[in-house]
Design a protein around this ligand. Structure first.
Ligand code: SF4
Length: 328
């Protein structure tokens, strides 16, 4: 059932297919399909709600989960227009197996449609509900047409309790990777985000990578905290009619930053000045230096534990490349 903190709001979406301007270098995909808006797991670092809210749901508050009741219908219509299968990220913006899915099964229906259309699928989740759909995922994965990314930012409950207050415990998510792998679904971890001075300690990162290897993760894809939030970037695009909203950087990032800063103040107030400094435009060099160091450490650890830093897909981007050249 949907989380008690989040009420569901139903609406008819205008589109469930968000095409990307180019092949995503990490996910090797060309489109996002998200049956839900917002997410009941309430991670403090989530930017999905603010950045990708569909125009139809613009009145939705962040304590509501938007349920695109017509998502399978729209997806079926869209798939008919494709001349060949297109690789898709299912749940790139909101968790497709968040509690509402147990009741509404929209992700399962979209998954069936994408598999029927032979579209390669990259699925992102933190939820064990994904196991419900192993009957669909395992045969697709066997043909190289589906893999599941499990997202984890830390193994420390003392941090995840306030960074991801309503998400399943980190150790359960790691166990999920093993369960998926054992049941024939290619699965790895997205280590996202890595937080400066919170989750980036070498001892903690080593423990995380070692545990991922032990839980049979097929790969690890790290991503650092998006610290452009406090920078005054102007919006690049505006919502298109009939499409999900495209990212609008400036104001939405500022909103994200405001929310994150408030939670940081409550839990680790001594870090607020450091984060403010790191996020400042004038301190980009310091921020990039931090990213470079974290990437170097992760690259070393992943090599040591034989964890590839890219999807096992032809042409997939590897995180062992320098982050500033590709991840801006
Ligand atoms: S699980 Fe993912 S989509 Fe849901 S709140 Fe957390 S980061 Fe956002």
């Amino acid at each position: 059932m949907p989380n008690a903190h989040h009420r569901c709001e139903f609406f008819q979406a205008r589109s469930v297919w968000k095409a990307m301007p180019q092949m995503h270098p990490l996910y090797m995909s060309q489109a996002f399909v998200d049956p839900y808006v917002n997410c009941a797991f309430g991670c403090v670092y989530c930017y999905g709600f603010n950045r990708f809210m569909p125009v139809e749901a613009e009145e939705l508050s962040d304590s509501r989960v938007g349920v695109k009741t017509n998502a399978p219908f729209l997806l079926a219509q869209h798939l008919k227009t494709l001349s060949s299968p297109v690789p898709v990220v299912l749940g790139g913006v909101s968790d497709p197996y968040q509690p509402a899915e147990e009741q509404f099964c929209l992700t399962r229906r979209c998954l069936e449609l994408l598999i029927d259309a032979h579209c390669p699928i990259v699925l992102n989740t933190k939820s064990a509900l994904v196991l419900r759909d192993v009957d669909l995922l395992a045969p697709a994965s066997e043909k190289g047409l589906a893999l599941v990314n499990i997202s984890v930012s830390t193994m420390k409950r003392s941090l995840s309790d306030w960074l991801e207050p309503l998400a399943p415990p980190p150790i359960d998510r790691l166990a999920l990777i093993k369960k998926l792998s054992r049941r024939g679904v290619l699965s790895g971890a997205v280590i996202a985000p890595v937080f400066p001075r919170l989750t980036d300690h070498p001892v903690d990162l080593r423990l995380l990578i070692r545990t991922l290897a032990k839980h049979e993760a097929a790969y690890a894809l790290p991503s650092s905290l998006w610290l452009t939030a406090a920078r005054s970037v102007k919006p690049e695009t505006s919502p298109e009619s009939g499409q999900d909203a495209t990212p609008a950087h400036g104001s939405d990032e500022a909103l994200f930053w405001k929310g994150f800063e408030a939670v940081l103040s409550q839990n680790r107030p001594e870090l607020v000045p450091y984060y403010e400094r790191l996020a400042g435009v004038e301190n980009e060099v310091e921020y990039m230096e931090w990213r470079r160091n974290v990437w170097a450490l992760l690259t070393e650890l992943c090599a040591q534990y034989h964890l590839p830093m890219n999807l096992p897909v032809d042409g997939a981007f590897s995180f062992s490349m320098l982050p500033e050249t590709v991840l801006k």
